[in-house]
Design a protein around this ligand. Structure first.
Ligand SMILES: [Zn+2]
Length: 153
């Protein structure tokens, strides 16, 4: 039996199962060089049955370590899903036990930030690299700016 198992039989007769769990971060998968799961995964919510569905409604919170996009120093970032809502047809749960670990993992991994920055988004090295970033940005977004001007004449 896993910590994330929901027993369908217990929910018959309209019972609502309250969920309050602190799970090990290993459920998110193995650490990688630029993504570390070192914090517990906190889960709060409830599960109940409708006529033919198991309803799971969870709030999930953890933190991760990722390298700052500017200086590469590892920083922690919040990773959370406020409303993880899932309706699973009961006929798809033949064992009458539903393990929502996979659900948690997928929902959290979808929310992974693409980049993080240290010092609450004010990396001390930002000033050093910003002029270069901006130059690249212009090149990518407005490569034909001058050409447009000529066409409109
Ligand atoms: Zn930084």
């Amino acid at each position: 039996m896993s910590a994330c198992d929901i027993l369908i039989d217990r929910l018959k007769n309209g019972a609502v199962e309250k969920i309050a769990q602190e799970l090990d971060s290993s459920l998110l998968g193995p650490d990688e060089e630029d993504l570390k799961f070192s914090f517990p995964v906190n889960v709060l919510g409830e599960a109940y049955l409708t006529d033919d569905h198991l309803i799971i409604h969870l709030k999930v919170e953890t933190k991760i370590f990722m390298p700052c996009a500017i200086c590469n120093q590892m920083v922690s970032a919040d990773l959370k899903v406020d409303h993880l809502y899932q309706a699973i047809p009961i006929e798809e749960i033949p064992s009458a036990v539903f393990d929502y670990k996979q659900l948690l993992r997928e929902a959290l991994l979808l929310e992974l930030p693409k980049t993080v920055e240290c010092n609450q988004g004010k990396c001390p090295e930002r000033e050093l690299v910003e002029p270069y970033l901006r130059k690249d940005w212009d090149k990518v977004n407005f490569p034909f700016a001058d050409m447009d001007k000529n066409t409109n004449d």
